[in-house]
Design a binder for this molecule. Structure first.
Ligand code: HEM
Length: 476
């Protein structure tokens, strides 16, 4: 098969590099072979062509809804052990379209904005649990926030033993998932085997069974006691009907709920962790953001917060510089075609490389520099800036994730003065199937902690932002 050039090393070595240091692997390939190159991670999957040219991405991502490309779920089997065979991520064609139609309404317009209060409450709740003056593992805190948010949005649960057990088990499972070695079975199907009770696969299966039991119990209880007044995603999915009038089965529901819990939690937690890092690493960024937040009139109205231009630019730049999802899901050519000068035969598997596209010098001058202003100075096309992918598999939770990022950042900066605990460099590393920052710590400024404890004593969780920021402004 005629394919663009790429590394000639054995596929096992390419896979090893892809798992252990994906960013330098991609940069080195693009340096040697340009904005299209072919890699081979394993013989069974075959060659994979990486594209990072916006013109090519436009054809790939608009073509996946036409006769040019398929977006087959069968190629996303790495997710199957976790999400199940009926997850929207693993479905193709009409079944995929049907599932998206059933899921999408939960993430639109008014419905999505109704989660605003949940996000603000959870942010306060988790931040108020923190111990004064101690170095904090930011990622753990962001994970706690995003897990509680998605659990409440999905199940409408916020108390009781089932909720507590689910939170604990999911946190435990997803924590393990962050280590590429502990989840090597996601990359190598041959490792999906019980090598003894302590083996990663056996422990994963045990953990998953416990989670499944709780999810099925919740589904059964909801079916037995329907309550139309509930506004959570599970309720919506229970009453959803496809074009043929069919409802989702229990196992379909389980797989979609797991999909939303996993995709909706890990990705947003990573994006928030990066955002807090950049905001506190770069004093000028923090100062501009605080000035914008200070101008808010009274307690933050989610509808106002989502429109703040500098906050939007900070979130966009966070998702540009080190995108959480490095690649789009694979697409496959239906027939032979020429893509920006490259001939592709039918059946060629291609991916949009989000990271390399976001690092093109011609679109983003000084691409390694964190500069939110670039998003105020110009607009980027959906093929130049695509942290959520595009086309028929574009991220279902895109609006939800952006909304959550903005509300959590506002909630934290409005009530707490944080600082990086040390000057160690933070770099992007692989986290299971996605990427994220290497671990770092932050501290809550002592003065702030005192104020914060006083506020708790007097039961004022959060004073109006304009008063609290005036002290901080003087220091800046
Ligand atoms: C900052 C946060 C997030 C990022 C960066 C992100 C990124 C992505 C990317 C790159 C894709 C692949 C798109 C493609 O192949 O074209 C994707 C798909 C997906 N995302 Fe997200 N995502 C985020 C948050 C969320 C949230 C909050 C949810 C749900 C609650 C979610 C659910 C999904 C689902 C279900 C898919 C698969 C869609 C399909 O196969 O049709 N994501 N996401």
């Amino acid at each position: 098969m005629l394919l663009p050039d790429g590394p000639k090393s054995p596929s096992i070595w390419q896979m090893f590099q892809w798992i252990t240091r994906p960013f330098s692997f991609m940069s080195s390939c693009s340096h040697h072979y340009g904005d299209r190159f072919t890699v081979t991670f394993n013989k069974k999957f075959g060659p994979l062509v990486f594209f990072s040219n916006p013109e090519a991405l436009k054809v790939i991502l608009t073509g996946d809804d036409s006769k040019l490309f398929d977006a087959p779920g069968e190629l996303n089997t790495a997710f199957e052990p976790l999400l199940g065979a009926q997850s929207v991520i693993g479905l193709s064609g009409d079944r995929h379209r049907r599932m998206r139609q059933l899921l999408m309404p939960s993430f639109h317009g008014e419905r999505m904005r109704s989660y605003g209060q949940v996000i603000q409450d959870v942010t306060k709740e988790v931040m108020n649990e923190l111990v004064a003056g101690e170095p904090l593992d930011v990622r753990k805190i962001m994970q706690k926030i995003s897990l509680r948010v998605i659990l409440r949005a999905v199940f409408g649960l916020n108390e009781g033993p089932r909720y507590q057990q689910l939170e604990l088990l999911l946190a435990n499972m997803l924590d393990k998932m962050s280590n590429p070695w502990k989840v090597s079975f996601l990359f190598f199907a041959i490792l999906r085997h019980n090598f003894g009770p302590l083996s990663p696969w056996a422990s994963f299966v045990r953990n998953r069974q416990q989670i499944d039991q709780l999810v099925y119990d919740e589904i059964a209880e909801r079916r037995n006691h329907p309550d139309d007044s509930r506004t959570d995603i599970l309720n919506m999915l229970l009453s959803a009907r496809d074009e043929a009038g069919e409802a989702l089965t229990d196992s379909e529901l389980r797989d979609e709920l797991m999909t939303l819990l996993v995709t909706g939690h890990e990705t947003t937690a990573t994006a928030l962790t990066w955002a807090l890092y950049w905001i506190h690493k770069l004093p000028a960024v923090r100062k501009k953001l605080l000035t914008e937040l200070q101008a808010l009139d009274g307690p933050s109205d989610p509808n106002v917060v989502i429109r703040l231009p500098y906050l939007n630019a900070v979130c966009s730049e966070t998702l540009r510089i080190y995108p959480v999802g490095i690649l789009t899901f694979p697409r496959v050519t239906r027939s032979g075609l020429k893509l920006t000068g490259t001939s592709l035969e039918p059946g060629t598997t291609v991916v949009g490389c989000i990271y390399l596209t976001h690092h093109r010098e011609d679109i983003y001058p000084d691409p390694d520099e964190f500069r939110p202003e670039r998003f105020l100075e110009r607009r980027y096309s959906p093929y130049e800036y695509l942290p959520f992918g595009g086309g028929v598999r574009r991220c279902i939770g895109m609006a939800f994730a952006q909304f959550e990022m903005k509300l959590v950042i506002t909630g934290i900066l409005s009530c707490f003065e944080l600082a990086l605990a040390d000057t160690r460099p933070v770099r992007p590393v692989r986290r299971g199937l996605t990427s994220g920052p290497s671990p770092f710590r932050m501290v809550i400024n002592d003065q702030r902690v005192t104020n914060y404890l006083l506020r708790r004593k007097s039961l004022i969780v959060c004073k109006p932002i304009s008063i609290r920021l005036s002290n901080l402004e003087r220091k800046l």
